[in-house]
Design a protein around this ligand. Structure first.
Ligand SMILES: Nc1nc2c(ncn2[C@@H]2O[C@H](COP(=O)(O)OP(=O)(O)OP(=O)(O)O)[C@@H](O)[C@H]2O)c(=O)[nH]1
Ligand SMILES: [Mg+2]
Length: 186
């Protein structure tokens, strides 16, 4: 099963894939230099030194399912890669940072438009205000069927919990559309 880990710049996508992957993840990090000053806002991310310029790739096996994890690049200037990167994905995780909530809107719009099942996982940064999941759901104006979770992308157990939820979401979605598919060939 292909799962996409998406979200805005610096929200923790690479960290998430690294936490849950059972293989050494493939990363395409480029060192951030003064050339991106004024473009990439690092005010809230003092420790960040690299940024994804193509994708992250990891793998995680559960009983009966192998998840192939594709992390997107976060910046708008890499949007042109999204269609290829997300092709064939059965579900997505949209990571959000409540200090910069609006940064996850493009990813939410993208998966809504494509009809890809997704959930929103708030990566809780220590100095961020603690909102509960209902508040985030309302703030993002999400459909009722889109779950919201809180997580710590650095923590394997927490990030794994997100993966289990997104896997179940994908399975539910597949069951929901199967009668339509069968009907088409009847
Ligand atoms: N405190 C805290 N820091 C985090 C967390 N997740 C990631 N970080 C840090 O935040 C920064 C951004 O993480 P990345 O994983 O590179 O974010 P990204 O979404 O892949 O970034 P781009 O690929 O540039 O869009 C890094 O310095 C991480 O160490 C978290 O849950 N809590
Ligand atoms: Mg990254």
């Amino acid at each position: 099963m292909k799962i996409v880990i998406a979200g805005g710049f610096g929200v923790g996508k690479t960290t998430f894939v690294g936490s849950v992957s059972e293989i050494e993840p493939l990363r395409t990090e480029a060192l951030m230099t003064s050339a991106s000053e004024g473009v990439d806002d690092l005010t809230l991310l003092p420790e960040k030194s690299g940024t994804t310029v193509a994708m992250d790739f990891g793998r995680r096996t559960f009983p009966g399912a192998v998840l192939l994890l594709f992390g997107t690049p976060g910046q708008d200037r890499f949007w042109f890669m999204w269609d290829e990167l997300t092709e064939g994905a059965i579900a997505a995780v949209v990571l959000a940072d409540t200090r910069r909530m609006e940064d996850c809107f493009p990813a939410i719009d993208y998966f809504e438009r494509r009809g890809t099942p997704f959930l929103v996982a708030v990566n809780v940064f220590p100095n961020a205000h603690a909102y509960d999941t209902d508040e985030v759901h309302t703030a993002l104006d999400l459909s009722d069927h889109v779950p919201v979770m809180l997580c710590d992308a650095r923590d394997r157990r927490s990030a794994t919990d997100v993966l289990v939820h997104v896997m179940n979401l994908a399975i539910d979605h597949a069951h929901a559309i199967r009668p339509t598919v069968q009907g088409a060939f009847a």
